[in-house]
Design a protein around this ligand. Structure first.
Ligand SMILES: Cc1cc2nc3c(=O)[nH]c(=O)nc-3n(C[C@H](O)[C@H](O)[C@H](O)COP(=O)(O)OP(=O)(O)OC[C@H]3O[C@@H](n4cnc5c(N)ncnc54)[C@H](O)[C@@H]3O)c2cc1C
Length: 216
């Protein structure tokens, strides 16, 4: 399954690839997608419930989706601005990295927002395109190294005891009493499943026809 899009050549390196474990016939939690969210969710699940069987299935290799190809910009708000309950995103992010012992090269010197009106007097750029593009606002933020972040999260997941399956696409999820998963590594059942896949590659439940992520 090719999840790479037309994102150009990526400078980041994901240097961790787990040995493929055996697939248990029954899982407590199945997490689908080895990006930032899937890896972090699986690791937290295992930390919260060490006795539960948690497996993560990644169709390609960890970071093969957008997580391994991001621009590495870390900002305090979502792409649609602040949201209720979002809290202090950068502080929370730092806390997660510290708790999971992930070396992400996070630096937070602040960031500029760009715009075509209201340039800051000290804007470091004034680019001409359809107008003049300049820094218009200083906001909290900085950068990470996405390759190191994905590798660190995958290591954290393995350390925590998550069963990590790379090159293992979940081909079908079916909601029954338990969630039935047909994967490249075989068939298994899970009490809960968490789908963390890009919208373009989202796998849907053939029973309900939706992203039927069971509540975690
Ligand atoms: C070019 C680009 C630049 C970006 N730059 C930034 C940035 O600078 N700052 C920022 O905050 N955000 C940025 N983003 C957004 C950010 O990368 C995403 O929000 C984030 O990586 C999403 O992580 P994820 O784990 O949810 O998804 P993904 O990283 O996409 O992970 C989903 C994974 O699911 C796997 N998968 C899909 N289907 C299946 C299946 N059926 N079975 C098993 N596995 C499956 C895929 O292979 C993939 O690895 C950028 C995105 C892109 C595309």
């Amino acid at each position: 399954m090719n999840t790479r899009k037309n994102w150009g050549k990526c400078p980041w390196v994901v240097d961790f690839h787990p040995e493929r474990p055996g697939l248990p016939p029954v899982l407590d939690f199945a997490v689908i997608g080895g990006g930032f969210t899937g890896l972090a969710a699986a690791t937290w699940l295992k930390k919260i419930s060490p006795d539960r069987a948690v497996a993560l299935f990644e169709a390609d290799c960890c970071g093969a989706g957008s997580s391994g190809s991001t621009g590495g910009v870390a900002l305090a708000e979502s792409s649609v601005g602040d949201l209720p309950g979002l809290g202090d995103v950068l502080a929370g992010y730092q806390e997660i990295l510290r708790e999971l012992n992930v070396e992400a090269d996070l630096v937070l010197p602040g960031a500029y927002e760009l715009g075509r009106s209201g340039a800051l007097p000290n804007t470091p750029i004034r680019w001409k395109d359809a107008g003049e593009l300049a820094a218009v606002k200083e906001v909290p933020g900085g950068t990470i190294n996405p390759g190191k972040t994905v590798s660190g999260l995958a290591r954290a997941a393995e350390r925590a005891g998550v069963l990590l399956f790379e090159t293992t696409e979940v081909k079908e999820t079916k909601c029954a009493e338990e969630i039935q998963l047909t994967t490249d590594a075989g068939f298994t059942r899970a009490k809960s499943a968490c789908l963390r896949v890009s919208p373009s590659t989202r796998s849907t439940c053939r029973t309900c026809g939706e992203d039927c992520s069971a509540a975690l």
